[in-house]
Structures are given as C-alpha cells and as structure tokens.
Design a protein. Structure first.
Length: 461
C-alpha cells in the first residue's frame, strides 16, 4: 500500500543524454568506411569532397552536442530556481530522482505522465509579511521544535506561540480506511506547497514498533519516527510553514488503543478518515490480496465467487464494518480534530473540488492549492481486459441483496455516529446514505439478471 513505483521519465539531463545518443549514431563514419563508394575506390575529387563533408559534419556534430549540453544545464538551473513551466517534462533514470520526486513519480495515473514540478520553498513566502515580533516568534518556535526527537519534547515545544503560517509538528494523520483513495489523498496533499511529504507514506511505526504503549515507545523509535519518517529537518528548514503528516492507513483499525494514546501523546494532531461503500471497499481489498497472492478459503477461485468473503468482511470490525472503529476515534477526537470523507463524494467529478476544499480548510492550508482535482492512483479494478478478475464480481441476486443488507446495517451505524458527534446534520446523513444506496441500486438494476438466482456482475464504486 505504499506509493507504487514504476520505471519511467525524468530530468533534462536525460534529454541531453538521449540527444547525444542520437547524435552519436549520426556521427560521420571514419574515412575509408563503407559509406565511401560501392566498389571501395574513390576519385581524388570525391575523396576531397568527402573529407570536406566529414569535417563539416564533425563541426556540426560538436556544435549540436554543445548546444544540447547548454540547454540541459539551463533547464536544470531553471528547475532548481523554481522557475519555468509548472510541469517540467522529466526524462532520466528513476535512481536520479530525489526522494520527493520518487513519490511524485509513483503518484502518476499513467507511466506516460510527467512528474509534476513543485516549488518546495513556496510556503516560506508567508515569512515576508511577518512583523519583527512574528519573525522572532517564528524563529523561537522553529528552534524549539527542531531540537526535539521525542513526543514529550514536542508537547512542550508545540505550546509555544507560533507565527502566522506555522504548523505544529506533526500536524495531521490520514489514518484509513485502506482502499478508500488514501494514496490519492496523500498524492494530492504532498503537491500542496504547505504540506510536507513523509519519507514513507505508510510507516505504521506507532502500530508496529511501540508495543501498543506510545508513552513507553523507545526514544530510538520516537526519533526514527519524527526525524526519519516525518521529515522534521525539512519542516524546520521551512520554518515550520509546512504541515507534516503520517499516512498510515491501518491506524484506523487500531482505534481501541491507538486513538486514546495518540490523543495523549500528540494532543494537537488532526485525523482524516475516508470511507467507501462497504461492499466496494471489501471487493477492492479482496482484489488487492489476490494480486499479492494472498487467497482466502472463502474465495471460490474456479467459479470466481466472492460472496462468502464479502459476508466475512462486512461482519468484521477491522474490515468493512466501520462503525465500531469509527466510534473509538470519535470518542477520542472532537469534531474540530477529526475529518471524515466519503469516498464516493470525493471521487465524484461534481463534488470533488468542494470535498477537497473542505479537507484542506480542515487542515488550515490554502483550499485552492495545488488544484481542485484528486489524482487517480493505486487503481486496480479497471485494469486488464473486460473479463479480468476485478472488473466485476459474480454472485446471485439473492447473494447481492444479502450483502447489501449487511452493508446497509453498517451504513446506519456510521450515519448514527456522524449525527451524534456533529459530523453531519440531517441532510448530510441523507446524502451519505443516498451515495451508497446509488451504488447498490445501480448494480441491482444494471448488472443483475432477473430472479433470485439471476447472475449479477457486481462492479465497485
Ligand atoms: N481519483 C480517484 N477516482 C476514483 N477512484 C480512485 C481515485 N483515487 C483512488 N481511487 C481508488 O482508490 C482505491 C485505492 O485506495 P487506497 O489508495 O486507499 O488503497 S491502499 O489501501 O493504499 O492500497 C483504488 O480502488 P480500486 O481500483 O477499486 O482498487 C483506486 O481506484
């Protein structure tokens, strides 16, 4: 579930390298080579002309080579200065990319897409308008946070006054659910000038390395988490004008202990959760597992029938039965520090801009940057031929109606919580149910044959 990496395009140096390679092929062959004449003999005039042409070609070749190198150097310099087009066509080897560029590289929908250029120092411009007093505050706050490598130190430092545009460290987490567009959310946010990418999108360190006791987490692990993973040094370099975050999407499932403990150890952190229509989330997870050769006994490989797996997933609290886990986070985090997204609204063309704006407003960053569009990343269900596993899922109408019943029960649990904790008013709750109901109805109407045993080819939201 980490940001995927593929082979592909980058930097101007490669463009130059490619030029050089082409030119090398065009380089005139040595005198006496096969290009001379078909019988291997030359008249004196022909030999003279060939010599002249050869030296002209050599000059031209050298000139073109120098121009290419100069162009490459200029493009690189413009890139470093943060000038030039918003999107730079980058071409060379993946190993030449910076860690940030590697993440952006994995954020593309298609391999043919260019890696976007991001002006990583743009957030610093807020300092230009600071008063002398605010500048002093900004420096003090930065120095205090930068000196920390554990949670206790951060709790002290984060109490200091901040100048406008500065964020506490870390500022937020995207805690799940898996298969609910969390990678795309991550990719959208790291392109925001006020957001700091993490060295690992999903380190899951708090869950895996702290023995379920954040207060007793070793100082070494705390340092690794804050400095190596969340990039404290880069944030300090940006004078805390960037919001650092953790994108570990399994945290949501650890709510029973993690919610309270993060609230105690890092009490300022904001949480973001995304929820997808439960049947679709389960199917996407199932496809993910299949693609990693993890097959469950519930999966009927030959008949490609997934019904039994869906029943399990919709019953299980750590999977598509969101309510109990959500309740644990809601108990630990008031509305102002917990933001809940509905995947179907987030990925809808009409609603996407507003939903993203709401998320960025919650995170206190410019809601219009980097764009109003969520990229499509980490996608699986539309791959392969129309009959490939994951394009649709076979089950009878009766089976689908049963899993819809379970998903509807799960939805009521979620909606009740949204209302109780101030995340949705009446209209919000109705809208939430409508978006998921639409997925079920469209499958029943468009993808199922008539009658209880009629076959359905269920597609995900
Ligand atoms: N912009 C946009 N529009 C539509 N759908 C989108 C978008 N971004 C991500 N997705 C879908 O989200 C699924 C991947 O979710 P995650 O990144 O959270 O998965 S993971 O848990 O990190 O592996 C994955 O779903 P499946 O294709 O069903 O697997 C993606 O297709």
């Amino acid at each position: 579930m980490a940001v995927s990496s593929e082979e592909a395009p980058l930097l101007a140096t490669a463009t130059a390298t490619a030029h050089i390679r082409v030119l090398t092929h065009a380089k005139p062959s040595a005198p006496g080579g096969s290009s001379g004449g078909s019988d291997g003999k030359e008249t004196q005039a022909a030999a003279k002309q060939r010599e002249l042409q050869s030296s002209t070609n050599s000059w031209l070749w050298t000139l073109t080579l120098l121009t290419s190198l100069l162009l490459a150097a200029c493009t690189r310099a413009a890139h470093q200065r943060g000038k030039g087009a918003a999107r730079v066509q980058l071409q060379p080897q993946q190993q030449e990319l910076t860690p940030f560029e590697q993440q952006l590289y994995g954020c593309r929908t298609f391999k043919s897409q260019a890696v976007p250029y991001i002006n990583t120092s743009a957030s610093l411009s807020v300092l230009d308008t600071h008063t002398a007093e605010q500048r002093r505050q900004a420096e003090n706050f930065t120095a205090a946070v930068a000196a920390c490598s554990d949670f206790a130190c951060l709790r002290q430092a984060n109490q200091l006054p901040r100048a406008p545009g500065q964020f506490r460290f870390p500022h937020f987490f995207v805690i799940g659910f898996p298969k609910c567009a969390t990678t795309s959310i991550y990719c959208h946010l790291i392109q925001h000038p006020q957001v700091q990418y993490a060295k690992e999108k999903e380190s899951h360190i708090l869950q895996n390395k702290c023995g379920r006791q954040l207060a007793n987490c070793s100082l070494e692990v705390q340092r690794e988490y804050l400095v190596e993973i969340l990039n404290l040094a880069e944030v300090a370099q940006a004078q805390m004008t960037k919001a650092a975050f953790d994108g570990s999407t399994h945290y949501v499932m650890e709510g029973e202990w993690l919610a309270q403990q993060v609230a105690q150890e890092l009490p300022w952190v904001k949480m973001v959760v995304s929820l997808r229509e439960p049947i679709s989330q389960s199917l996407a997870m199932h496809l993910h597992n299949l693609s990693h050769n993890r097959t469950a006994s519930c999966w009927d490989e030959n008949e490609r029938r997934v019904y039994a797996c869906l029943v399990d997933a919709l019953e299980e609290e750590k999977r598509a039965r969101y309510g109990p886990k959500l309740a644990q986070w809601m108990a630990a985090y008031p509305r102002e520090r917990l933001h809940i997204l509905q995947y179907e609204a987030l990925v809808s063309k009409q609603l996407m801009g507003g939903v993203l704006g709401g998320l960025k407003g919650f995170l206190e960053v410019d809601p219009h940057l980097p764009s109003d569009t969520l990229p499509l990343t980490n996608w699986k269900h539309m791959r392969g031929n129309p009959d490939a596993v994951g394009r649709y899922w076979n089950m009878t109408r009766t089976e689908y109606e049963h899993v819809v019943e379970l998903a509807r029960r799960n939805t009521y649990e979620v909606i009740k919580l949204l209302g109780q904790h101030g995340h949705a008013d009446r209209d919000g709750k109705v809208g939430w149910m409508r978006n998921w109901d639409r997925v079920w109805q469209s499958n029943l109407k468009d993808n199922c044959e008539e009658g209880p045993q009629g076959n359905c080819k269920i597609v995900v939201s």
